[in-house]
Design a protein around this ligand. Structure first.
Ligand SMILES: [Zn+2]
Length: 344
């Protein structure tokens, strides 16, 4: 099979001919029709994932079809349309058992980090890392959009649940023009919220509005907090979802919260920040993190997309051979919504 391989961080992709993968016990192989290209995997190429191992085929947002199953595979058969679950949980610990798999105490390898992912014609995974697509999603003809649902829509869907976003709440999305940010706008709108997009790249403002933001705050200006307060009639935001997560953005995000507000970090720069305990107390504010999504949340996001209640925004699709070009655009912050590679 053809595969795009990274041999080390900060090196170009190399197109290689590799043996077609053969499924072992409990494993299956899928043909890949498309694979999403987002910052989560650009981090591997850029050397920001210290536990990634090389050489590696990256990519975990796939639209595929099972072509072979190994011994003892029970829930998959040849021809099943599938996507991929990024993490590998143990399925037995208290977190796996309470629908919080991203917190698993016995995390296994991540797809595209420590085991090979979707930048190839075929992908071999443990059976439990494949999730079957529901009827209503076309894994071949809509492959780029279907591929990205499993992270770009599922991660924001989880935030809606985790931060308990209610209809008519004011939700500020920081880094709103990014791959997850655009989909967070869509998902918060789906939940009935009023969305304020906070974004520093003026070239992405229109996309934020088209995704459903009622107001756009230019984060390259000085007074983000004042602008968010103004956009909420002085009440402050009920929820601030921060995909940037720098010291500045987190402290501004906390200052934007109204009474009962929740500040959610999803990683980004992951910098430290200060919170005034008296504000935490007086507002009964909540500061929380949100990691990826559970398998059920991925299945729920797939179901929402199958019903066309929320649909992913894929603005750029390239052949596998042009992975390098996509990642240069990702690194430069030039992609609006998601990019994807079309493979089959
Ligand atoms: Zn577990």
């Amino acid at each position: 099979m053809k595969a795009m391989v990274l041999h080390a961080p900060r090196t170009p992709f190399v197109m290689e001919e590799r043996p077609d993968p053969k499924p072992g016990r409990g494993e299956a192989v899928a043909r890949v029709f498309a694979c999403g290209a987002g910052l989560t995997i650009e981090h591997v190429r850029a050397g920001r994932v210290p536990f990634a191992t090389f050489p590696r085929i990256i990519g975990h947002e796939i639209s595929g079809e099972i072509v072979e199953v190994g011994p003892e595979v029970q829930a998959l058969k040849v021809g099943d349309p599938v996507t991929c679950y990024f993490y590998t949980g143990c399925g037995r610990c208290r977190w796996c058992r309470t629908n919080r798999e991203p917190l698993c105490e016995n995390q296994g390898p991540r797809v595209g980090y420590q085991i090979d992912g979707g930048y190839a014609e075929f992908i071999k995974l443990p059976e439990r890392n494949f999730l079957k697509l529901p009827p209503g999603l076309d894994h071949r003809n809509e492959a780029p959009a279907v591929a990205v649902i499993a992270d770009a829509l599922a991660t924001p869907f989880k935030v809606v649940r985790h931060a308990k976003i209610e209809p008519l709440e004011n939700v500020a999305v920081v880094g709103a023009g990014g791959g997850l940010g655009i989909h967070m706008i869509k998902m918060a709108r789906w939940a009935g919220a009023r969305v304020i997009a906070v974004e520093r790249n003026a070239g992405k403002f229109d996309a934020c509005r088209e995704a459903g933001a009622e107001a756009v705050v230019d984060a390259s200006g000085n007074d983000v907090v004042g602008a968010v307060l103004e956009a909420t009639g002085g009440r402050g935001a009920d929820v601030v979802i921060d995909f940037v997560s720098s010291t500045t953005s987190l402290e501004a995000g906390f200052a934007c919260l109204g009474v009962g507000g929740r500040l959610v970090t999803l990683g980004g720069a992951g910098e430290d920040f200060k919170v005034a305990a008296r504000h935490l107390l007086n507002k009964e504010a909540v500061v929380m993190g949100s990691r990826y999504a559970t398998k059920q949340e991925v299945l729920d996001a797939l179901a929402l997309a199958a019903r066309r209640e929320v649909w992913p925004l894929v603005t750029e699709v390239y052949p596998l051979a042009e992975a390098e070009r996509v990642h240069e655009r990702l690194a430069a912050g030039e992609v609006i919504g998601r990019a994807a590679l079309s493979i089959a």
